[in-house]
Design a protein around this ligand. Structure first.
Ligand code: PLP
Length: 358
């Protein structure tokens, strides 16, 4: 007889593993189009030479550099094996079975999975008609059992962002014993001056945890490192439930080296943002309807046509990410990659028009 697995795990959706087809253009995981700069790769190589030693438990050197950089005291920072790991740690530290988590939907798929694994109920609040967080409805979904609310800003997969006024009004009304996790995985791509930086907010509110990552803007998705900025009782609780030594020596060295390349990171983000606006405009011109994006991806709310569209792109060598019958998320890649995607999107529109005529 097989060893029985926890019965409720069968009900959890499996993660959809994005395909990494060799030779295909990968616009399905919101990765950076370019590899890390050579000096970051060198730092990783140097750290590998000390691979027989455990890493620093609390990533002390990185924490101190981040503290300086962000202008927050060191106890306000904790580092994790990617910021998804920090999402899970925060749920484990603040929620017990029977508690509730509120998040928007669609939003990042990891939130409901981590909550369910922890035995925590999820109240998923539909996005508004413009694919944005409906903060009033999220407030209304908070009950005495709610311990955590996720605000993904900008939101994955729609790219939409909440502005300062709306967020501040929301934060004022969230009970002070509910933790608001402000997931800023794409914060470096924000160009709308009305979208707030979460860190000053975290310094003013003891119930806010801001999550940042080196996976997207810094191009280190394969290295696995992110961090949380929150009041010391929050970071201490998150650290307490973390897997010991989960942040490798290589990851710590990579993040430290990447921070020394602020200018290059900013330039690379600017290129992505220019391309984002170019691809957005080109898709509008093709007849697509899509919300403006503040992230490094675009959202095509194609509904029932989502799978057909992503299949068509795959046939043209471009991998994009379809989300059931909601829409398709397309990462902004290099100009050449984006052109290949736009050609696929154009031929999809043409093929549909021909089918409609026939
Ligand atoms: C990519 C992403 C993360 C970060 O992932 P890590 O690679 O684990 O740092 C966190 N939140 C959202 C919404 C993301 O899209």
């Amino acid at each position: 007889m097989p060893v029985p697995v926890r019965a409720d795990l069968a009900e959890l959706p499996d993660y959809i593993i994005p395909s990494q087809v060799p030779g295909a253009i990968l616009l399905n995981s919101n990765e950076a189009p370019l590899p890390p700069p050579p000096s970051v790769v060198e730092a990783i190589t140097r750290a590998a030479a000390e691979g027989h030693r455990y890493p620093m438990w609390f990533s002390d050197a990185l924490v101190s550099r981040l503290a300086e950089r962000l202008g927050v005291p060191e106890p306000w920072i904790t580092v994790g094996c990617g910021s998804v790991s920090l999402c899970q740690q925060l749920i484990q530290a603040f929620c017990a079975p029977g508690d509730e988590v509120v998040c928007a939907w669609r939003s990042f798929e990891a939130y409901p999975v981590f909550a369910s694994v922890a035995g925590v109920a999820v109240r998923a609040v539909p996005l508004d008609a413009e694919h944005r967080h409906d903060l009033d409805a999220m407030l209304a979904a908070i009950t005495p059992a709610t311990r955590v609310v996720f605000v993904c800003n900008p939101n994955n997969p729609t790219g939409t962002a909440v502005g300062s006024d709306a967020l501040l009004r929301f934060l004022d009304k969230v009970p002070s014993d509910v933790l608001v996790i402000l997931d800023e995985a794409y914060g470096e791509f924000v160009t709308d001056p009305d979208v707030p930086d979460g860190i000053p907010l975290a310094l003013e509110h003891e119930n806010i945890a801001v999550l940042r990552t080196f996976s997207k803007a810094y191009g280190l998705a394969g290295v696995r490192i992110g961090y949380c900025v929150a009041a010391p009782p929050v970071t201490a609780a998150a650290a307490k439930v973390g897997v010991p030594f989960a942040v490798s020596r290589l990851a710590q060295a990579a993040a430290l080296a990447a921070l020394a390349h602020g200018d290059e990171v900013r330039q690379r983000c600017e290129v992505v943002v220019r391309e984002r606006e170019r691809v957005h405009a080109a898709l509008l011109a093709t007849g697509h309807q899509l919300p403006p994006s503040q992230a490094n991806f675009l959202w095509l709310p194609l509904g029932e046509r989502s799978a057909e569209f992503s299949g068509h792109c795959a046939d043209h060598g471009v991998m994009v990410r379809a989300f059931a019958s909601d829409g398709v998320r397309v990462t902004v890649g290099s100009p050449e990659e984006n052109n290949a995607f736009l050609r696929a999107a154009q031929s999809f529109a043409t093929a549909r028009r021909i089918r409609q005529v026939l």
